[in-house]
Design a protein around this ligand. Structure first.
Ligand SMILES: Cc1cc2nc3c(=O)[nH]c(=O)nc-3n(C[C@H](O)[C@H](O)[C@H](O)COP(=O)(O)OP(=O)(O)OC[C@H]3O[C@@H](n4cnc5c(N)ncnc54)[C@H](O)[C@@H]3O)c2cc1C
Length: 97
């Protein structure tokens, strides 16, 4: 019989990042996911710079780097363009892999 330190139910981003962190600290982790693949869900796949760093997203799964944004307020609208992307998009199944 296999023994685990932690059992995580659900392989969404929260479960996967928990599993990764626990494995890095040498815990034996069992991750249970009810679907056949990780990340098969309705989602735009948009990630901020901070999320990209936290999730350690590899470059090869980045689909889009978004540098342009239009900001709306009740009275104003302004356009911004930054040299480093504000937002990235990834496919959720690739992120799950
Ligand atoms: C239309 C839409 C667009 C979105 N776009 C974005 C976006 O662009 N950027 C962004 O950051 N967020 C976006 N989100 C939000 C994002 O999808 C969620 O914040 C994120 O998925 C939450 O992650 P989670 O791990 O908590 O839960 P989930 O992703 O819901 O993962 C839960 C997992 O648990 C599994 N599970 C459930 N019950 C069981 C069980 N009994 N046994 C085993 N496994 C089980 C499920 O199959 C699933 O894989 C969007 C959401 C929606 C609805």
């Amino acid at each position: 019989m296999e023994v685990f330190d932690v059992i995580i139910v659900g392989g969404g981003p929260a479960g996967l990042i928990c599993a990764k962190a626990l494995c890095k600290s040498d815990k034996r982790v069992l991750l249970l996911e009810k679907d056949d693949v990780f990340g098969d869900k309705l989602c735009a796949g948009g990630l901020t710079r901070k999320a990209m760093a936290m999730l350690e997203v590899p470059d090869h799964i980045i689909e889009q780097k978004i540098c342009d944004a239009t900001l709306f307020s009740p009275r104003n609208q302004s356009f911004t363009n930054t040299p480093s992307p504000l937002l990235f998009t990834v496919d959720r199944k690739n992120l799950g892999k």
